[in-house]
Ligand binder design. Structure first.
Ligand code: PLP
Length: 359
């Protein structure tokens, strides 16, 4: 019997049974030829995922760890954080905790970062000499996708020395990311969202400029040192013992994403899931985030009935939906429609939701 997905949380997402089996394979040494072979397959398949020819790494840590890594490797003194919800604000708190001078450009919850405002801010703060600007591609707390291509272009024009650090945690593998074309410096994604694996490792692409910047920082730590990752990757391995079960599962899942389903088909499936969700919830809820920037991977909804009651009644029918986040905790709920979720399973859930949410 095939398993159906009844889990609609915006990460961790449902993991296909065949992928769960990969996690149970016997261990191999991470300096062995078998590991090197698997490592080279993973790296080759990460290139189309990020649409890059530059360096990609797999780091055994959740996304937050690699956000910290990006800052530690790329920022010496000052950083500009763009915020529009809970996860973009996470960049701010990490940067503060590392003792950097942190400026913020806030669009407000549910809004997208405005390219003109970013340009104006950078033009007015020329003397801030930002080492980096952070951008959150898909703000999971509000269901808003920022136009990273445009925002990165503005940074290039107004602050050419600032590196562009991008959180693609809830977009990579579900929404196109073009690392080279968009001129990004660091782009990271934990694997428990659109990539459809259990949480535990994070994939990251780095530009030559980011690695050059890291090389100049004497105190960039050990565990997250991008230069050690680069040196070891060139030998076909990683600096310290990785989560091997995740490497097995990642190799199999990338094979599926790149050559099985195919990236274009995967992006299209995510767009369809967004449209279905929007159309079929319109009678009983309004989108909480700016609909012009509606995410293909997660929808935050403000229902007419109580969000909490809807979630608990759905739970009683076997369906798990995401709760509201941060400022929006009590007034919204979220539907994660990302990863390997079949469109038919989303449709089945939406049918039940329509009954529940209309009272
Ligand atoms: N950034 C975004 C956009 C997220 O959605 C999340 C988690 O939900 C994170 C960062 C944090 O990632 P992790 O939980 O893998 O540390």
């Amino acid at each position: 019997m095939t398993e159906t997905c009844k889990y609609f949380v915006p990460g961790p997402t449902w993991v296909r049974p065949e992928i769960r089996q990969e996690l149970a394979r016997p261990m191999i040494g991470h300096r062995s030829p078998e590991f090197r072979e698997m490592f080279s397959r993973i790296n080759a398949d990460l290139k189309p995922l990020f649409d890059t020819k530059q360096d990609t790494f797999v780091i055994t840590a959740s996304g937050t760890g690699v956000m910290q890594a990006a800052l530690e490797n790329c920022v010496a003194r000052r950083v500009l954080v763009t915020t529009c919800g809970a996860f973009s604000e996470r960049w701010y708190s990490i940067a503060e905790s590392l003792g950097y001078e942190v400026d913020r450009l806030d669009a407000g919850w549910g809004k997208a970062i405005d390219a003109e405002e970013l340009g104006d801010h950078l033009a007015r703060h020329q003397r801030a000499h930002y080492d980096a600007v952070t951008i959150t591609h898909n703000e999971t707390s509000t269901g808003v996708t920022n136009d990273v291509a445009r925002l990165a272009q503005v940074v290039r024009e107004e602050a050419p020395d600032a590196l562009v650090l991008v959180d693609a945690v809830s977009s990579l593998g579900g929404i196109p990311v073009k690392f080279d074309e968009w001129n990004l410096d660091v782009c990271l994604a934990s694997v428990q969202k659109c990539i459809g694996l259990p949480p535990g490792v994070t994939v990251v692409a780095t530009s030559k400029n980011a690695l050059d910047r890291a090389q100049k920082h004497p105190y960039r730590g050990t565990y997250f040192d991008f230069i050690r990752y680069k040196e070891k990757a060139d030998e076909g391995s990683v600096p310290s013992t990785p989560s091997l079960p995740h490497f097995y599962a990642l190799a199999a899942q990338l094979e599926h994403i790149v050559r099985g389903e195919g990236l274009e088909a995967r992006f299209e499936r995510h767009r369809r899931m967004r449209e279905l969700t929007r159309e079929q919830t319109a009678k009983f809820a309004k989108p909480a985030g700016d609909p012009q920037y509606a995410s293909s991977t997660v929808t935050a909804l403000q229902p007419t009935l109580s969000a909490e009651k809807i979630r608990s009644e759905m739970k009683a029918r076997g369906y798990t939906l995401g709760g509201g986040y941060g400022e929006w905790k009590d007034t919204t709920f979220r539907i994660g429609h990302m990863g390997d979720m079949p469109v038919e399973d989303l449709q089945a859930m939406l049918n039940v939701l329509a009954e529940v949410a209309q009272g």
